[in-house]
Design a protein around this ligand. Structure first.
Ligand code: ADP
Ligand code: ZN
Length: 660
């Protein structure tokens, strides 16, 4: 007679590149979500008991260990399956965003030095204006309803959007729910963290790539155990195992940095909406410059919309003017127009601060030989090498390759003939130093200010007026509140329009409008000067008028007829290989087998704008469909028809933001 079976089969999803679950044997039925350690080859690895039915036939090995960690909630398991289905990533790769072996180690008791939780919603916030209170009341009501809803909180820079969403956070805390606030560049958001602390009495838990391993482990556990009540994080925080997630806020929802561009390619803004839906929780999308996607969702009534049309406390929006560089050009070899320099002098004379914005790191974006025109480029990437003042070497911003500035031109052998072309922020700093001796200038770029400590120090120096002039890249566009800053000069307002990708105009308007919004946030009025060779361009005109809804309508009118997003769907395929002919062959094979049906179009293959990246040749194809057509089934069919050799990489980017 057969022995009765004492063990039971379970499915386990592992945080590695597998799409499928594995079947193991457990001594007792383990409910889905249980964290276990199981054998994989000769190793034992952590995984999660998953909801798929176990395979009744395969040979199984026993679970090694049941881990002492809260089970992964069903809402997160469903989210992981959903993200994998949408992005076409392997489920294991998506799980790896949520679960890492090294996060599970129980922290030694004595290492628990950080407290979590304790945010106090009863502490009073500022007295809200009538308009702010109206918006806050709606958000509180949504919170109490405890149901899924999406709200766009659209308000001009300085209108108090943050104060208003902190009221929604307070309501979530009163409802005993956890809150997730997603921010771009969280590591640098020191001012934001101070505001949370001022409002709720404690610092929120933070989640970003700069945390120490011990801090990561503790935070992860505190989130899973429900002790961390407010988490402020980068996009990856969306995958944390919240015990009771009740509200998600996506601040600066238009920011492209919410898009993860490698590994699992996903847009944290869009996935936040999905996660909130699965948790039956409200989600707030916050911006002074909403993306066309979100604006269109609001216009169609899919999202609710709350407006804060005026700055708080009577502060006015800055006056924006174009400065026509054809009429008032900079001196030869310089980049700042005499009119901008004069405005800066006036500002400084009043004891106020000025900011110059240029979204280019380093000293010069290009170095060329003045004898033969040879340009110094990266051997691994289609990119120019960038000169930085801090180092005698030129570097590639894509792959990190560096080289000594050569004495002789490698092409014509001329000696000492290399000249920098065009400005980066460091070259602007040099010009500022020449023009404004005795005035302290501060460069804010990611290579100079790369962590919370440096950001905090920079914010302090600016607040205490140790600095007169700030020179920054896109880093300065986000969230900062500098009360003494009244003048913003945009060094090159035309930059970013040349590339001609789908959203070039939209992104330029958003970024420059955000930068402009740094000016005049307190009593003194702000002024913004846009240096441009083409002031009649619709982007410059939109910035001058400040009428962003009208600009978005123009954009919509351009995109609607061709079914470009958000009026249609896109997915990009990027084929890359070290062997250029192989990349070409696979790209052509994909084109040959592309889906052909009404409402579906395939563009390409074409060399990617960055045709060579880290030594790999890249080709792109673009699948474009009408909005009613889901791209995932098409993609699955299509990719199933083309075998991809091991030495070729195929990235699928659903809803691409970057076209590089
Ligand atoms: P936004 O997020 O829309 O840019 P903020 O919430 O940062 O605006 O508000 C801009 C500034 O005005 C901040 O310093 C903020 O503390 C202040 N502020 C906004 N609303 C109020 C209010 N009701 N009472 C006092 N200060 C406020
Ligand atoms: Zn490179």
């Amino acid at each position: 007679m057969e022995q009765p079976q004492r063990t039971t089969r379970i499915s386990v999803l592992l945080p590695y590149k597998f799409g499928m679950v594995f079947t193991y044997e457990a001594g007792a039925a383990l409910p889905p979500g249980t964290l276990v350690r199981v054998p994989l080859g000769r190793r034992a690895v952590a995984g999660v008991v998953w909801d798929d039915p176990p395979d009744p036939d395969v040979k199984t090995r026993p679970v090694t260990e049941v881990l002492d960690f809260p089970a992964m909630p069903e809402t997160l398991r469903k989210f992981i399956d959903w993200v994998a289905g949408y992005t076409l990533a392997a489920r294991g790769d998506v799980l790896a965003l949520s679960l890492k072996e090294k996060l599970l180690a129980p922290p030694p008791k004595r290492a628990r030095t950080y407290a979590f939780g304790g945010a106090d919603p009863a502490r009073p916030g500022p007295a809200l204006s009538v308009m702010q209170e109206e918006a806050a009341a709606k958000l509180r009501a949504d919170m109490r309803a405890g149901d899924f809803s999406v709200t766009l909180l659209d308000g001009v820079t300085g209108s108090g959007k943050t104060e208003v969403y902190l009221e929604a956070v307070a309501e979530a805390l009163r409802c005993q729910k956890q809150v997730l606030v997603l921010l771009p560049e969280i590591a640098l958001s020191v001012q934001m963290l101070s505001r949370f602390q001022a409002r709720f009495g404690v610092r929120p838990a933070v989640w970003h790539s700069e945390l120490t391993p011990a801090r990561r482990r503790e935070t992860y556990r505190a989130v899973a155990e429900g002790r961390a009540d407010v988490v402020v994080g980068a996009r990856s925080a969306l995958f944390l195992p919240f015990a009771a997630l009740g509200l998600i806020v996506v601040d600066e929802e238009h920011e492209t940095s919410f898009k993860q561009e490698d590994g699992v390619i996903y847009n944290a803004r869009d996935m936040a909406v999905v996660r909130a839906k699965l948790c039956a929780a409200p989600v707030l999308l916050v911006s002074a410059t909403p993306s066309l996607e979100t604006a269109e969702n609001a216009a169609q009534g899919r999202y609710k919309k709350l407006d804060l049309p005026a700055r708080h406390g009577g502060a006015t929006l800055p006056r924006v003017e174009a400065l026509d560089l054809r009429e008032a050009p900079p001196e030869r070899g310089k980049f700042l127009s005499p009119l901008l320099l004069a405005a800066m002098r006036e500002t400084l004379a009043r004891g106020e601060q000025a900011m110059l914005f240029l979204n280019r790191r380093g000293y010069a974006p290009l170095t060329l030989c003045r004898t033969c025109g040879h340009r110094l480029s990266c051997p691994n990437c289609s990119a120019w090498l960038v000169e930085h003042k801090s180092s005698p070497r030129l570097s590639c911003h894509h792959c990190g390759y560096t080289m000594q500035r050569p004495l002789h031109c490698p092409s014509c052998e001329a000696e000492g003939s290399f000249v920098p072309i065009g400005p980066g922020v460091e070259r602007i700093a040099e010009e500022v130093a020449e023009e404004f001796s005795g005035i302290e200038a501060l460069v804010m770029a990611s290579d100079v200010i790369s962590g919370p400590a440096q950001a905090e120090e920079a914010a302090r120096r600016i607040a205490e007026r140790e600095v007169g002039i700030i020179i920054g890249t896109q880093m300065v566009a986000k969230g900062w509140h500098f009360p003494h800053l009244t003048l913003v000069g945009v060094v090159d307002a035309d930059l970013g329009l040349a590339g001609g990708d789908l959203r070039a105009s939209e992104h330029t308007v958003q970024m420059l409008h955000q930068v402009a919004g740094r000016a005049g946030r307190a009593e003194a009025p702000g002024r913004v000067l846009l240096q441009s060779y083409d002031p009649s361009h619709p982007v410059i005109q939109a910035l001058l008028s400040g009428d962003l809804p009208a600009f978005l309508e123009q954009e919509a009118a351009l995109r609607r007829p061709g079914h470009w997003p958000p009026f249609g769907r896109l997915a990009a395929l990027i084929v890359s290989a070290e062997d250029e002919r192989l990349a070409d062959r696979i790209a052509r094979e994909l084109a040959r087998t592309a889906p052909r049906e009404p409402g579906v179009e395939v563009l390409g293959p074409a060399p990617a704008p960055i045709a060579l990246l880290r030594g790999r040749h890249r080709r792109r194809l673009l699948l474009k469909t009408q909005r009613e057509i889901a791209v995932q089934p098409l993609l699955r069919d299509w990719l199933g028809r083309v075998p991809i050799p091991r030495n070729v990489k195929l990235d699928v980017d659903v809803d691409p933001v970057s076209f590089m």
